[in-house]
Design a protein around this ligand. Structure first.
Ligand code: SF4
Ligand code: SF4
Length: 106
């Protein structure tokens, strides 16, 4: 299934005007009990001084999300079954600073 994905991590090289430009992302945090313990494994920091890619990126608002957060109510067989997911972490400079805002304890 595909999930609607919005993202606020504007320091990520894949960020595109409130969305992600990747075909698929991977959310980690195997033993997470709260959303702060989850993170976007697909995060890659935009090199310092690089332009925000908003003007020439291609947003991908729906995608298949791989996930290892087994304690989340939306987790099923290594995938996310939520209709919509928000990834946050405004000024993240490492993947651990990002999180899945949609995480809900099972
Ligand atoms: S943090 Fe994750 S969801 Fe957000 S733009 Fe980067 S790769 Fe995509
Ligand atoms: S909502 Fe839950 S299952 Fe979906 S990506 Fe976030 S942590 Fe993983």
């Amino acid at each position: 299934m595909t999930t609607g994905l919005t993202c606020t991590v504007n320091t990520c090289i894949n960020h595109c005007d409130g969305y992600c430009s990747l075909h698929s992302i991977n959310i980690g945090g195997h033993q997470a009990m709260m959303k702060d313990e989850t993170f976007c494994r697909s995060f890659a920091q935009r090199p310092e001084g690089a332009q925000n890619s908003t003007n020439f990126c291609a947003a991908n608002p729906h995608m298949s999300i791989k996930c290892s957060v087994e304690g989340c109510a939306y987790y099923k067989n290594g995938r996310c079954k939520a209709e919509n997911v928000i990834v946050s972490g405004g000024s993240a400079d490492a993947m651990q600073d990002t999180l899945c805002d949609t995480f809900t304890m099972r």
